[in-house]
Ligand binder design. Structure first.
Ligand code: B12
Ligand code: SF4
Length: 459
């Protein structure tokens, strides 16, 4: 039985009481309930906590409470028998802070997610147990062990993990009112490429995991969603799978957005199926206009690609583009900011996004920069794509930070928004709302360059 609690945390209560499990997705500097730069127009529901809630074995009769600190506050006095915390690198310090708090109350704490997967020894110093990798099998096993009084300090994803026949995420527990797009889903995980800065191959390997297409369709049908977002890291990592998926989506008459690589526009059949299946927006990692930088970062598949043509082909099919760019590669100098922002405006990219190159721990980029003595900070809360944590080659850290902020503001001036959206001619209300959301983001980034956001645990 599922009952909604009107206040946070959001509960999944069985009829008879078993253990009480509190699952938390901690806030980061920019993504937080109060303050922060991510307004509702930019928000969509993550699937982490709702997936973990669905994986709790029924026979435990557990009460599951969820707190996403992007939309709610953690009640530090909450009753719980076990606390599970999901950490990405930018939220690791807050995760450890919460872990210390609940440990001090005598409540066992489990840490999981991408950061503990990349740095399990570090995470182990802050928790009773660490879950490494995807947790479809290990989380239920941990919970059964916990109930039997033999929880282990570490659980690893086993080889041969399958995503077939998994329970659908308990999405109703987070609801949709805090988000611009209320429905999210994943069809696949991991990615076949190995870009130097990306955590995905380091954390989860290069073999894609896939939900059977029939399961994805069944999930969409039971959600009753007409607009949804795929959170997959690269929906077209396996082109044959992508074609099967897009074909199966056509009869559902939905509108969806997701992530893909530039390769999607060179396969006419794939692109047509994508458009016919209801795709209205794709996030594409352009990363940089600089060929040397692409080579440097092992993103060779973007080389010799006419980005303008990519944009044109997607717009032609009615697909809007969130084009992402990274600043701070070794080949970048002061000219990179204006060159990139002018391109994004001129090419009429619907939602351009800029990140500061971030050497996430565990990645080849981190290892290289560490060897070169160029890592400037190991404060993981600054590893959020908007702070400079390493010594750039041709720029000062300050010039990189200021240049990135300048590019955001230039791209999200009212004149640039109008030029891009009118030029793209895919004037979806969502694109306008997203642009205004990013305008707010651009004009508030500077507040997070100092340490003012480091609020005490009770804030
Ligand atoms: C939703 C999302 C967000 C949300 C919320 C994230 C958050 N928790 O703060 C928002 C929009 C705020 C966001 C922001 C950013 N994100 Co983000 N995001 C995602 C995204 C697209 C989906 C997450 C999801 O729902 N996955 C589906 C679930 C089922 O998978 P999962 O989370 O991995 O969980 C599984 C396991 O990891 C494990 N697990 C996870 N947690 C726990 C906890 C316990 C207790 C247990 C037992 C198991 C467990 O069990 C789950 C089932 O197997 C992922 C990409 C992806 N597809 O995963 C990127 C991802 C997490 N983000 C990433 C990045 C880089 C960012 C940004 C820096 C991007 C940017 N420039 O703005 C910012 C940083 C914000 C910050 N706080 O510092 C990286 C993480 C890099 C890193 N080392 O930290 C990812 C992996 C994407 C990528 N391309 O690499 N993001
Ligand atoms: S294509 Fe994207 S998800 Fe795949 S390795 Fe490169 S940056 Fe990561």
């Amino acid at each position: 039985m599922i009952a909604h609690n009107a206040h946070s945390p959001i509960s999944h209560r069985p009829a008879s009481a078993g253990p009480r499990i509190l699952l938390i997705s901690p806030r980061g500097p920019l993504y937080r309930h109060r303050g922060g730069t991510w307004k509702k127009a930019l928000r969509y529901p993550p699937l982490t906590l709702t997936t973990l809630a669905a994986l709790v074995p029924k026979e435990l009769n557990a009460t599951v409470d969820l707190v996403d600190e992007g939309i709610a506050e953690t009640d530090l006095d909450a009753e719980a028998d076990l606390v599970g915390i999901s950490a990405i690198t930018g939220t690791a310090p807050r995760s450890y802070e919460l872990a210390a708090h609940f440990c001090s109350r005598g409540i066992p704490v489990v840490l999981g997610g991408v950061h503990p997967t990349l740095l399990p020894e570090e995470a182990a110093r802050h928790a009773d147990s660490v879950v490494v990798g995807y947790a479809e099998d290990s989380w239920p096993q941990l919970l059964r062990d916990f109930m039997a009084g033999r929880m282990q300090p570490r659980y690893d994803q086993q080889p041969g993990l399958s995503l077939a026949d998994r329970p659908f995420p308990c999405r109703e527990m987070l609801g949709s009112r805090h988000f611009a797009i209320g429905h999210t889903i994943e069809a696949t995980r991991a990615c076949v490429h190995s870009c130097e800065f990306c955590v995905v191959p380091s954390a989860w390997g290069r073999k894609p995991f896939q939900h059977p297409v029939a399961d994805v369709v069944a999930d969409i049908r039971q959600m009753g969603a007409k607009r949804l977002l795929f959170l997959d890291l690269n929906l077209i990592a396996d082109v044959a799978y992508a074609k099967e998926l897009f074909t199966a989506l056509i009869p559902l008459k939905i509108q969806w957005g997701g992530l893909a690589t530039v390769g999607i526009v060179w396969d006419e059949e794939l692109l047509d199926l994508c458009a016919r299946s209801g795709c209205k927006g794709l996030l594409i990692g352009f990363e940089t206009l600089n060929a040397n930088a692409l080579q440097e970062t092992r993103k060779g598949f973007n080389l010799h690609t006419d980005y303008r043509e990519v944009v044109r082909r997607l717009h032609e099919r009615g697909i809007g583009i969130q084009g992402t760019f990274v600043f701070g590669f070794d080949s970048h100098d002061e000219s990179v900011f204006a060159e990139t922002a002018e391109f994004a405006i001129d090419a009429c990219i619907d939602l351009p996004r800029y990140a500061v190159l971030t050497p996430f721990p565990g990645t080849p980029l981190f290892r290289r920069l560490k060897e070169e003595g160029r890592i400037l900070s190991d404060d993981w809360s600054l590893y959020d794509g908007q702070h400079v944590v390493y010594q750039p080659q041709q720029l000062t850290p300050d010039a990189l930070l200021r240049g990135t902020e300048w590019a955001w503001k230039k791209t999200y001036s009212y004149a640039s928004i109008a030029k891009r959206l009118l030029g793209s001619r895919i004037l979806l209300p969502l694109a306008l709302a997203g642009n205004l959301g990013y305008r707010f983001y651009a004009h508030n980034l500077h507040k997070y360059y100092t340490c003012d956001w480091r609020l005490a645990i009770s804030d």
